[in-house]
Design a protein around this ligand. Structure first.
Ligand code: OOG
Ligand code: MG
Length: 255
């Protein structure tokens, strides 16, 4: 088995069994292309088990997240249907190693979107927007990794929750938002934290997915990235995001 496939299997097993693994490239020797190959191969294993691909997640699109994790390149990962948690529903804590949550905005596309597109072109492909939460759960011990390692690990993506879909003609460039745990505000931010405008994250998603030979499809979801630092979650908690204009989304963590 190639080294790429070995790492893909390691990370796929770690995600599937919620078991942490040691860093395998702490010096950052793997190229970013190799890291994305590992990611692709590990998600391919899920697809081979019957999981459906439903979109893309963007990472490190806000300064808050770059500073928190000490990395500054925009990265992306693949979303599958098995990662989606019903709005207002619950998820078992045992599915995760050491989960964190972050508030995001999500897009769902009505048209495919490919390559170098402008903001208006990207917006024209959007069917609807919604407040969202991403659960990130690095498979690496202590949530520590290099850039190639986090890319290989599907950009830490582990779960996502999406609120009610809204008309994308709302101005969503600078919507205030809070991340709440058990009704208490734990982070405050704005959608403007995402590259100055969340549409820029969608533009980047269109470019990067096309480069990888998997252009954004009609019906796909794009998670634009965490607008604030992520927070640890624990069994028994109710986690939610409240976003100006767009409303809220939340889930329970079952112990
Ligand atoms: C990497 C994933 C980053 C975001 O929204 O910026 C990310 C991590 O923080 O573990 O999902
Ligand atoms: Mg995220």
């Amino acid at each position: 088995m190639s080294q790429i496939n070995q790492y893909a299997m390691l990370l796929d097993d770690a995600a599937r069994t919620a078991t942490e693994v040691s860093q395998f490239d702490p010096e950052g020797r793997l190229s970013l292309d190799q890291a994305y190959e590992i990611q692709a191969a590990s998600i391919q294993r899920r697809v081979a088990r019957g999981e459906r691909r439903v979109g893309v997640k963007m990472g490190f699109t806000s300064r808050a997240k770059m500073v928190q994790m000490g990395l500054s390149d925009v990265i992306w990962g693949r979303l599958t249907a098995g990662m989606q948690i019903e709005e207002g529903g619950s998820v078992d804590f045992s599915r995760f190693v050491h989960p964190r949550v972050e508030p995001e905005i999500a897009f769902v596309l009505k048209h495919s979107l490919e390559g170098d597109v402008t903001g208006p072109q990207a917006l024209a492909a959007v069917e609807a927007i919604a407040p969202a939460l991403e659960i990130i759960d690095s498979r690496y011990k202590d949530f520590k990794f290099t850039l190639p390692e986090v890319i290989a690990d599907n950009a830490s993506s582990s779960g996502f929750v999406i609120g009610a879909w809204r008309d994308p003609r709302t101005d969503f460039s600078n919507l205030g938002l809070t991340l709440n745990i058990d009704g208490r505000v734990v982070q405050v931010g704005s959608t403007a934290a995402l590259l100055g405008h969340p549409l820029r994250s969608l533009v980047a998603a269109a470019r990067l997915s096309a480069q990888a030979g998997e252009p954004l499809q009609a019906g796909w979801i794009v998670m634009a990235g965490g607008a604030t630092p992520a927070e640890w979650i624990k069994p028994g908690q109710y986690v939610s995001v409240d976003m100006e204009q767009l409303g809220s989304a939340g889930f329970h963590v079952r112990g």
